[in-house]
Design a binder for this molecule. Structure first.
Ligand SMILES: Cc1cc2nc3c(=O)[nH]c(=O)nc-3n(C[C@H](O)[C@H](O)[C@H](O)COP(=O)(O)O)c2cc1C
Length: 164
């Protein structure tokens, strides 16, 4: 079993979780980057994010440095953007084949989980998709206690089922 954690993160929440998972699972890790950065102005960034998420846009991303074909298990982490995955993650899912791989999706959000998990699953034809993890952050950008507990249980379940 060889595992890669791939994530997108604008504000750092998803990155923090991705790093923890890479450490817990002794996995490699890589961040998805858009070719063109989002506007530094937060309102502009949110407006563009809304337009992209709502139209299913796929902004260009930098090619991954890791060779996905070398990994049989992929953790995919995304923030929730307008009730779906971040557009850069949609680009990633559409750019690579996941057939025959085991995929473990997780999302971070601020209370509105939306359809992230079903939207991710729809892109993963032929993959074995592990039960998705939702991580809710509060107004102060702290992981809620409940999500922290769920995350720890999920990590244990992954270790038991995949890393045995
Ligand atoms: C463009 C944009 C859209 C968002 N849409 C949602 C949403 O639909 N539901 C939600 O709960 N949080 C939403 N959020 C909040 C983020 O999902 C949440 O803060 C997440 O943890 C950010 O992850 P990051 O710090 O890794 O970027 C949105 C944030 C941005 C920037």
């Amino acid at each position: 079993m060889k595992m890669l954690v791939v994530y997108y993160s604008e504000g750092g929440n998803t990155e923090k979780e991705a790093r923890l998972m890479a450490e817990e699972f002794s996995a490699d890790i890589e961040r998805i980057d858009t070719l063109t950065p989002y506007p530094a102005d937060r309102e502009q960034m949110i407006a563009l994010g809304q337009k992209e998420a709502e139209t299913g846009a796929t902004p260009a991303i930098k090619p991954l440095k890791h060779d996905l074909s070398e990994y049989d298990t992929i953790v995919i982490g995304t923030p929730t953007w307008w009730y779906t995955m971040a557009p850069a993650v949609l680009t990633f899912l559409k750019s690579y084949s996941f057939a025959g791989k085991t995929v473990l999706p997780f999302q971070t959000d601020a209370g509105q989980a939306g359809n992230v998990m079903s939207d991710i699953r729809r892109q993963l034809k032929g993959a074995m998709v592990f039960s998705g993890l939702r991580l809710e952050y509060d107004k102060n950008n702290n992981l809620t206690k409940r999500s922290e507990n769920e995350r720890n249980l999920w990590i244990d379940a992954v270790k038991k089922e995949l890393l045995k």
